[in-house]
Design a binder for this molecule. Structure first.
Ligand SMILES: [Zn+2]
Length: 76
């Protein structure tokens, strides 16, 4: 008779933040669509980053804005 013991070492479900590696088992955590866990702090940072990228993507011509010299805005 074979007894499969998965209680020690490999096979144990480890829930840790995919960013900072903090153990989030039993703590406030978020799981994204890829199955990655985030602690509260890292999820907030990830959310902020995604929001920034979303806003930048909505700029009509971000390159154009960067190429305009600052002097062009100056009013004499
Ligand atoms: Zn984290």
């Amino acid at each position: 008779m074979v007894n499969f013991n998965t209680s020690g070492g490999m096979g144990a479900a480890v829930k840790e933040c995919c960013k900072c590696g903090a153990n989030v088992a039993g703590r406030l955590r978020t799981k994204d669509s890829f199955g990655n866990y985030y602690c509260a702090a890292c999820f907030q940072a990830k959310h902020d980053q995604e929001l920034r990228e979303l806003l930048a993507a909505q700029m009509p011509e971000p390159d154009l804005w960067l190429r305009i010299p600052v002097e062009a805005y100056a009013v004499y």
